[in-house]
Write a protein that binds this ligand. Structure first.
Ligand SMILES: Nc1ncnc2c1ncn2[C@@H]1O[C@H](COP(=O)(O)OP(=O)(O)OP(=O)(O)O)[C@@H](O)[C@H]1O
Length: 707
C-alpha cells in the first residue's frame, strides 16, 4: 500500500459514477467529521493532546481507506492542495521529495509526540501547533510535484534595506564612551549641607565655599565633583593598581567648569605630605592661567598647597633654572617637560579649553607631557636630562609615603626589588580631565590622549533644543556640534552694509546705555583702528538724549590684542574689571575662558567665521546665570564675484550674511538670533560726530603711513 500511488491516481484519472460502497463510505466519513467537531469542542482541556492524536489517527485511517479513483470531490481536494502546495512550496519542503511516504505516515500515525519532540514536528510542517495542520499536506505536495514538472522554488525578490537614520550614521565610528555620555540638565542646582557628607566635599572645603558666597553647586559641578571624589578610595593620592577613570566634560560657557575641577584637586592634594608637582593645568592664554590660579588660591586657602604658574614668558633656560632651583614650587613650564623630571608625580592633568589646545601642536606638548607620566622600565633607561634633573631621587633611600609616584618606585637604586609571580603592574595614577564649552568629537584628537576608560558628561539646556528633549537628541547635538548657549543669553544680529558698521556700533552703545561691553574685531589691527575711531567719536559727540541715564559723559574705550605686551594687557584687563574702562575693543585673544562678571554686552563688530568662535565670544556675557546680550553686526554688501581671468561677473551676493545665517542654521541656532533693525532716523543724531571722527582717523593714518 502506498499513499503516493493512490494520490497519483487521484490526480490523473477521469471522474466516474459513485458506487454504493463509495456513497456509504462518504456518508460515514461525513458523520465522522461531525463527531470530530464535537470532540474538539469537548477536548479543550487537559486531554486535548490525546484527542488530537486520535483525530490524526482517524485522518490517517481515512487516507488508508481504499479510495475509488476518480472521485470528483477527491480530485477537487487534490487540486486545491496542489494549488496550495504550489503557493506554499518552500525549499525546506523540497527536501521531502526524497522522503519515503511511509516515513511520513509513521510520523503522522504515531501517537501525539512527546513534549520534547514537539519543536521538531513544528519545524517540519512550519505550523505553530501540533496537529493543527493536516499532516498529509506535505505528502500531497510531493505527489503534485511528481505529476507536474518540477518548478524552481520562488525566492522572495531582493529588497533594499532601509537607509540608516541620520543619528545612526552620526554615531558610527564614535568613541563608545562618547555614545554613552551622561547628559546633565544645565538648570540643575544642588545645595550642600554645611555639615555631613555631600558630594565628597570635606567640611573645610564647604566652609571655604560658603565664605566665598557659594552655597550651591552648579550642574557641571554636581556631576564632576562626586565623580572625582567618591567613593572615598578615589581620594587617595595614588591608585597604582586601580587607576582612576579619565573625564571629558562639555558644558556651556560660564557654567562653572573651573570650580568643577579645582574643588576635587584641592580636596585630594590637601592630603599629601611631601610637596611635589601633582596637578598640571594646561590653558591656552596667560590671562587664563592667572584667572585659574586665582581660583585655586581662593579655594585652597589654608590647605598648604603651593601653586605655581609658568607661561613661557621667559626663555626656556631661565624658566627651567627657576623651577629646578625652587624645588618647593609645584609650577611647571611646558618647556620643562623636555626633562620630564617634574611630571612623574602627576595625579591630575587638566586640559581646559581642550578643543583649542588639542588643535594646536605647540612643541608637541601633549606627547611630551604624556610621555613624562610613564616611567621607563629600568633606571638605566632614564634619559640623561631626567637623571640630572632628579638625581636626588636616585640617590635617596626609601622615600616618605607620597614622595614618589608608586609606578616609579622600581627606579630607586637603594630599594631592594623582590619579584614574585603575583607582582601586579603599577599604572600611572595621572587622571586626565578635559573641559570645554565646545568639546571636540574628533576621534583622532581624543585617541592621541590615550584616555583610560573615559567618562563623558554633557551639560545641556533642556529647554533650548528644537529636537525632542531626549538623551539621544542631546547626544546628537553634541555629535553634530550643536553647542548649548547659556539660557540667560539673548542674541541679535544687525544686518547692515560695511560702511555703516561704526555708526551701528555707536548707536548700540549710546542708544542702549551700554557701559560694560566687549567688542570683538577680526584682527589686532582692526582692534586698534576701531578703538581710535571710537575715541575720536567720543571726543566729537556732545551727547544726546540718554534714556537710561547711565551713560557717562565720555565713554572710555581701550584696545586689547596681541599687539600689546603681556604687562600692558594685564593692566588694561584689570582696569576693565574695575570698570575704569567701559568698552574693551578686543581680538579673539580674549574670547575664551575669561570670566568678568559685569560684562553685560558682547558685540561681534566683525562676525565670527566659525561656530566655536561665536559660542566662546558670546559666552563672555550671561555667565553664572546672569542676563546678557550678544549683538552681531553682519555685513550685507553686494559683492561682485569674478570668475578667473575672464572677468565674468557671476553673481551679486551678500557673502557674509549668507555665511553667518547658514552657520547658525547648521548649528540649529538661527531662530535664537533675532534680527534687530537700526533705522536711518536712529543714527541721524550721531552722523555729524561720526564724520568728524572719520576725518581725524584718516589724518592719523595719512601721517603714520597707515600703521
Ligand atoms: N556654584 C557656584 N555658585 C556661584 N557661582 C559660581 C559657582 N560656580 C562657578 N561660579 C561662578 O561662575 C562664573 C563662571 O565660571 P567659570 O569661569 O568656571 O565658567 P566656565 O564654565 O569655565 O566658562 P568658560 O567656558 O567660558 O570658560 C565664575 O565667576 C564663577 O566664580
Amino acid at each position: 500500500m502506498s499513499n503516493g500511488a493512490s494520490d497519483i491516481r487521484l490526480s490523473t484519472t477521469q471522474p466516474k459514477e459513485k458506487t454504493k460502497a463509495k456513497k456509504r463510505y462518504l456518508k460515514a466519513k461525513k458523520e465522522r467529521r461531525k463527531k470530530r467537531k464535537t470532540t474538539v469542542e469537548i477536548s479543550d482541556g487537559p486531554h486535548a493532546k490525546q484527542n488530537q492524536s486520535r483525530l490524526v489517527e482517524e485522518d490517517v485511517e481515512e487516507s488508508e481507506e481504499p479510495q475509488s479513483a476518480g472521485s470528483g470531490e477527491e480530485r477537487d481536494v487534490a487540486e486545491t492542495i496542489s494549488t496550495r502546495a504550489q503557493r506554499e512550496r518552500r525549499p525546506r519542503k523540497r527536501r521531502k521529495l526524497s522522503t519515503p511516504v511511509d516515513d511520513e505516515d509513521v510520523a503522522h500515525t504515531a501517537p501525539a509526540p512527546h513534549a520534547d519532540e514537539i519543536p521538531e514536528v513544528i519545524s517540519e510542517d512550519g505550523g505553530d501547533e501540533v496537529g493543527s495542520e493536516p499532516p498529509a499536506i506535505p505528502v500531497e505536495a510531493e505527489t503534485v510535484s511528481a505529476v507536474h514538472p518540477a518548478t524552481l522554488p520562488s525566492f522572495p525578490l531582493p529588497t533594499r534595506p532601509d537607509a540608516p537614520s541620520r543619528s545612526t550614521l552620526a554615531l558610527q565610528g564614535l568613541d563608545k564612551a562618547l555614545v554613552e555620555a551622561e547628559i546633565i540638565d544645565s538648570a540643575l542646582l544642588q545645595s550642600f549641607p554645611s555639615s555631613g557628607d555631600s558630594h565628597g566635599l570635606s567640611e573645610k572645603t564647604k566652609k571655604r565655599l560658603l565664605e566665598l558666597g557659594i552655597s550651591e553647586l552648579f550642574a557641571v559641578q554636581t556631576a564632576v565633583v562626586p565623580f572625582l571624589l567618591t567613593p572615598k578610595s578615589l581620594k587617595s593620592l595614588y591608585l597604582p593598581y586601580n587607576p582612576p577613570r579619565d573625564l571629558c566634560v562639555s558644558a556651556p560657557t560660564g557654567s562653572g567648569k573651573t570650580l568643577a575641577y579645582v574643588l576635587p584637586i584641592v580636596e585630594i592634594l590637601s592630603t599629601r605630605i611631601v610637596v611635589r608637582l601633582r596637578a598640571l593645568v594646561v590653558l591656552p592664554t596667560r590671562d587664563l592661567v592667572t584667572q585659574v590660579r586665582e581660583t585655586f588660591e581662593a579655594i585652597g586657602r589654608g590647605r598648604g598647597l603651593k601653586i605655581g604658574t609658568a607661561t613661557g614668558q621667559h626663555s626656556f633656560t631661565h624658566e627651567q633654572a627657576q623651577l629646578v632651583a625652587d624645588r618647593s614650587s609645584q609650577s611647571v613650564s611646558l618647556f620643562e617637560t623636555r626633562t620630564g623630571s617634574q611630571l612623574m608625580h602627576l595625579r591630575f592633568l587638566v586640559i581646559d579649553e581642550a578643543d583649542r589646545l588639542l588643535a594646536q601642536s605647540f612643541q608637541d606638548w601633549l606627547a611630551q607631557v604624556l610621555a613624562a607620566t610613564r616611567p621607563p622600565a629600568n633606571p638605566e633607561d632614564l634619559t640623561e636630562s631626567r637623571t640630572l634633573a632628579d638625581n636626588s631621587m636616585a640617590r635617596r633611600t626609601i622615600p616618605r609615603a607620597d614622595a614618589l609616584a608608586p609606578n616609579y618606585l622600581h627606579l630607586l637604586h637603594d630599594v631592594p626589588r623582590v619579584r614574585t609571580d603575583i607582582d601586579e603592574k603599577r599604572e600611572s595614577s595621572c587622571q586626565k580631565l578635559l573641559f570645554s564649552a565646545t568639546l571636540t568629537r574628533d576621534p583622532s584628537k581624543i585617541v592621541a590622549l590615550n584616555l583610560h576608560d573615559p567618562k563623558y558628561f554633557v551639560v545641556r539646556g533642556r529647554a533650548d533644543g528644537t529636537a525632542a528633549d531626549t538623551e539621544e537628541a542631546d547626544l546628537m547635538s553634541l555629535v553634530m556640534e550643536k553647542f548649548t548657549m547659556p539660557s540667560s543669553l539673548s542674541e541679535h544680529m544687525i544686518v547692515c552694509d560695511s560702511a555703516s558698521k561704526p555708526l551701528m556700533l555707536f548707536q548700540l552703545v549710546h542708544g542702549h546705555g551700554v557701559t560694560n561691553a566687549l567688542v570683538f574685531t577680526k584682527s589686532a589691527e582692526s582692534t586698534t583702528r576701531l578703538m581710535r575711531l571710537f575715541e575720536f567719536f567720543e571726543g566729537a559727540y556732545s551727547g544726546g538724549p540718554d534714556p537710561s541715564g547711565s551713560i557717562p559723559k565720555s565713554i572710555v574705550t581701550k584696545a586689547y590684542s596681541s599687539d600689546l605686551s603681556p604687562g600692558e594687557r594685564k593692566l588694561i584687563l584689570d582696569k576693565f574689571k574695575n570698570q575704569e574702562i567701559h568698552i574693551l575693543i578686543c581680538s579673539d585673544l580674549i574670547s575664551r575662558g575669561i570670566d568678568i562678571s559685569h560684562v553685560s554686552h558682547v558685540v561681534s563688530y566683525d562676525a565670527p567665521i566659525d561656530m566655536r568662535k561665536y559660542v566662546h565670544r558670546v559666552g563672555r556675557t550671561a555667565r553664572a546665570g546672569r542676563a546678557g546680550d550678544a549683538w552681531t553686526l553682519v555685513e550685507e554688501q553686494e559683492v561682485p564675484i569674478w570668475l578667473g581671468f575672464s572677468g565674468l561677473k557671476v553673481d551679486q551676493i551678500s557673502l557674509q550674511a549668507r555665511h553667518f545665517k547658514s552657520m547658525m542654521k547648521d548649528a540649529a541656532h538661527l531662530e535664537k538670533v533675532k534680527r534687530m533693525r537700526i533705522s536711518e532716523k536712529d543714527v541721524a543724531p550721531l552722523r555729524s560726530a561720526y564724520e568728524v571722527a572719520l576725518g581725524k582717523l584718516k589724518d592719523v593714518y595719512a601721517h603714520s603711513g597707515g600703521s
